[in-house]
Design a protein around this ligand. Structure first.
Ligand SMILES: *Cc1c(COP(=O)(O)O)cnc(C)c1O
Length: 440
């Protein structure tokens, strides 16, 4: 497996001609030499922008800063750079300063659902814990663009411990997602401090890391890091590959180390116009991920964050991609396509319709080939009336394994032990009239 390409040698030379190539794989050297301005980007990549384009890019940089690792830069193929998926994800675009009416600085309301700095508590049993405000690379399509470069810092122990206390005090939190920024921007000791504090909390069952390091700075994944993480299992890691060209010898190596460390790997891609809005590219990406023991987990519809309109596709493109995968390739290669609900409703899965019709005892379904079949439902099915008294139930769930009693949302409408028969939006006009009548 080739670790240094000719291009990497050239870039290393241009950064520092004293540079022995041994530095190239030193992640701190990569961070130190992160490219943050247009002239350096041009000098190192070999791309020369037309004068007016350069001006526009400088303009974008004032609002949304850039950061590209020399490694990621080395993956750009400069002959047709404007269409290059690596270039498009890393180099600012003049389109970013166009902010459309529908865009928001915090479309997922992560800040509103934040009980203490750094924590977003959206779902009943898990939290997002942002432990770093920096990344090795600033993805141009970042959903947290509002924060990028804003205050480049890693929260100190006082701030981190507020998040840890919050988790400690909320016994329903069984899953903690460490994200940011990129949590692997922390050095091993600091990350270890956080992992060990979290794994000491009785109700925390799993920890997840969300990191793009395997893609943008694979040298970060070294033996010491993996050995450290291993001590706090179960730790999962989700990374963010968007295009098969990002899977290189070095990233393969990083993924191998993580998988060998027993860290289950997932991938969260973002559907991006001009980068990966193509069923063949996606199939190739997901199959290559499986070869690297990475399970495609989510495919995200691009969020309504400011400055991303040029990256957005219609939802139909995502459905088309899932249609082209399910049945056509390994089920393991098919991620869940999700829209992260604007306003903070969380992830909403979408897929093609496979359920065609339904009678009282038959379901008509179609498969990926268009074959239509019927599933005959059982003539007799004795529904269990569930009053959630698990100790009297013949399904034999041990009570200490039972989850909490309270049902929320649609699940609540379906269950037997709750009499709720409808849900109403808070500002429903008709309900408003009822309330008014009550008051009179
Ligand atoms: C995505 C996300 C999670 C995790 O969701 P899963 O579907 O469990 O992967 C948790 N909290 C927040 C705020 C999220 O955005």
């Amino acid at each position: 497996m080739k670790i240094y390409s000719e291009k990497q040698k050239t870039i290393a030379d241009r950064i520092d001609n004293e540079n022995t190539l041994s530095n190239w794989k030193d992640w701190k050297w990569q961070i130190k030499n992160t490219i943050r301005d247009i002239p350096t980007f041009e000098r190192l990549s070999g791309i020369t922008f037309p004068e007016d384009k350069r001006e526009k890019l400088e303009n974008t940089l004032e609002k949304f800063p850039m950061a590209v690792t020399p490694y990621y830069l080395s993956l750009i193929e400069i002959e047709d750079y404007e269409n290059d998926p690596i270039f498009m994800q890393s180099c600012p675009s003049e389109h970013e300063i166009t902010i459309t009416r529908d865009e928001m600085s915090d479309p997922l309301s992560e800040d509103l659902d934040s009980p203490v700095p750094g924590i977003t508590h959206r779902y009943p049993d898990r939290v997002l814990f942002m432990i770093s405000n920096i990344c090795a690379m600033y993805c141009r399509h970042c959903t947290r663009k509002r924060r990028v470069g804003d205050c480049e810092y890693i929260p100190d122990k006082a701030e981190i411990s507020k998040g840890i206390d919050y988790i400690n005090n909320n016994s329903r939190v069984r899953d903690v997602l460490l994200s940011g920024g990129d949590p692997l921007m922390l050095d091993n000791d600091y990350l270890e401090y956080i992992l060990s504090e979290l794994s000491d909390i009785r109700h925390v069952e799993i920890i997840r890391l969300g990191s793009r390091m395997p893609v943008v700075l694979p040298y970060r994944i070294d033996y010491d890091l993996v050995e450290m993480i291993k001590q706090y299992h179960p730790v999962w890691l989700n990374t963010h590959f968007n295009h098969p060209r990002e899977i290189t010898g070095s990233s393969t190596e990083a993924l191998r180390k993580l998988a060998d460390g027993g860290i289950p790997l997932g991938n969260q891609s973002v559907l991006l116009a001009g980068v990966n809005d193509c069923p063949r590219i996606m199939k190739s990406l997901f199959q290559k991920l499986l070869i690297n023991r990475v399970r495609p987990y989510y495919l995200y519809q691009c969020d309504l964050s400011e400055g991303l309109s040029h990256f957005r596709t219609p939802i139909g493109k995502g459905i088309e991609i899932i249609e082209s995968l399910r049945g056509h390739t390994s089920g393991l290669a098919v991620p869940t396509y999700v829209v992260d609900a604007p306003g903070g409703g969380g992830k909403i899965p979408l897929m093609p319709n496979y359920l065609m019709s339904w009678s009282s005892n038959k379901v008509v379904l179609r498969n990926y080939e268009g074959v239509i079949c019927t599933y005959k439902e059982p003539d007799t099915y004795e529904p269990l009336f569930c009053d959630r008294k698990c100790d009297d139930c013949n399904l034999q769930l041990k009570l200490d394994n039972a989850s909490e009693i309270k049902s929320i949302g649609i699940e609540r409408l379906l269950c037997d032990y709750d009499d709720t028969i409808s849900l109403y939006p808070e500002d429903n006009e008709r309900m408003g009239r009822r309330d008014d009548a009550d008051e009179e």
